[in-house]
Ligand binder design. Structure first.
Ligand SMILES: C[S@@+](CC[C@H](N)C(=O)[O-])C[C@H]1O[C@@H](n2cnc3c(N)ncnc32)[C@H](O)[C@@H]1O
Length: 221
């Protein structure tokens, strides 16, 4: 497990979000498009174990917690500061079925990190993979922590191809300041999971290429 040193992803994310977390939800509302669409689209059974990797302020989990009061919801994040905000927002919202843990997306395990007896039914990433350098290992780790019939969902930035060129340049420049990148190779990687014959993969661009929603399900043998 990665130690919480000054150069660790834990400390880097705390530095980035220590102040931002106080106005994060208000500002991101306008440009993390497609999150609510994903939350409505996810199939969640009443007794499901659901994990958001890179859950930030808990905004998505609180919405899910209200919609699925019987489900067991979990959030992990590299930033302890973000999770402090997530816990206080969750308490203020009166949502009781969410547990948060400080952990990295490419390292967690359902047993050791969350003390669970079985893997997750659903794992999702909402605008987190675009800022995780180890995105490939994070996807693999998520798939390894899913039930055989579980589902992985991703919502994140896409290629901006349907939008004006100047807008795309401006947005990419702005996002790079926060170490956030659209990764064409991640889309290729998701497609290669489909070609492996072990997964069914559906990738749907939305908002004229602003973002995409992907769903990955294991094909049972
Ligand atoms: C842009 S925010 C998205 C938050 C939330 N998912 C949402 O939709 O509002 C990305 C989050 O990913 C977290 N993060 C970044 N790298 C991470 C990693 N390697 N493991 C876990 N979380 C990470 C950050 O601390 C941050 O809270």
């Amino acid at each position: 497990m990665t130690k919480q040193t000054d150069n660790s992803p834990f400390e880097a994310m705390d530095r980035m979000y220590r102040v931002q977390r106080h106005f994060y939800d208000l500002t991101r509302k306008y440009y993390l498009l497609g999150r609510d669409r994903l939350l409505k689209q996810m199939e969640i059974q009443p007794d499901a174990n659901v994990l958001e990797a890179g859950c930030g302020t808990g905004r998505n989990l609180i919405i899910l917690g209200r919609a699925h009061p019987e489900a067991r919801l979990f959030g992990l994040d590299a930033s302890q500061a973000m999770l402090d905000t997530a816990r206080s927002k969750t308490n203020a919202a009166g949502v009781r079925n969410i547990k948060y843990m400080t952990a990295l997306a490419d390292e967690f395990s359902y047993e050791q990190t969350f003390d669970l007896k079985r893997p997750f039914d659903v794992i999702f990433f909402s605008y987190s993979l675009s800022m995780i350098p180890s995105w490939r290992d994070s996807i693999e780790n998520a798939l390894n922590n899913l039930e055989p019939d579980g589902s992985l969902y991703i919502v994140d930035f896409y290629d901006l191809s349907g939008l004006p060129v100047w807008f795309g340049r401006l947005l990419r420049w702005w996002l790079a300041k926060f170490h956030v990148y659209f990764r064409p190779e991640m889309i290729e990687h998701l497609k290669s999971l489909q070609s492996s014959g072990r997964y069914h993969v559906a990738i749907a661009p939305q908002y004229r290429g602003y973002s995409f929603i992907a769903m990955v399900t294991k094909i049972s043998e």
